[in-house]
Write a protein that binds this ligand. Structure first.
Ligand code: SF4
Ligand code: SF4
Length: 97
């Protein structure tokens, strides 16, 4: 018979956990969690890539013009890129949906 939930501890969690299949992280659109999103003013961006270095979710990519933009499917809206961008060309705005 199963124990009540409050009696479980972390030791009861099975060792090792793979959700679905290995290497499937791209299938999960973690960007749905965000409440804000970064908007880049490409006229002010100097294409240095600092935002790319600091993004903890590897959600920033370089487009064909060499600008660094957030992939909103994976960006969690933490705002680190906006804080680290030394030209101040990233603004965090409220997510609309
Ligand atoms: S807001 Fe956070 S997760 Fe989104 S691109 Fe910037 S640093 Fe990455
Ligand atoms: S840190 Fe700012 S200036 Fe540098 S690439 Fe990113 S958005 Fe552009």
């Amino acid at each position: 018979m199963a124990k009540p939930m409050e009696q479980y501890t972390w030791r009861d969690i099975p060792i090792g956990c793979v959700v679905d299949e290995p290497g499937n992280a791209r299938q999960y659109k973690t960007g749905d969690w965000k409440s804000q999103r970064p908007v880049v003013d490409t006229a002010k961006c100097i294409k240095c890539g600092v935002c790319w270095v600091f993004c903890p979710d590897a959600a920033i990519y370089k487009n064909e013009e060499g600008h660094y933009l957030a992939n909103l499917d994976y960006c969690k809206g933490c705002g680190i890129c906006a804080r680290e961008c030394w030209t101040g060309c990233i603004t965090m705005v409220e997510e609309e949906k």
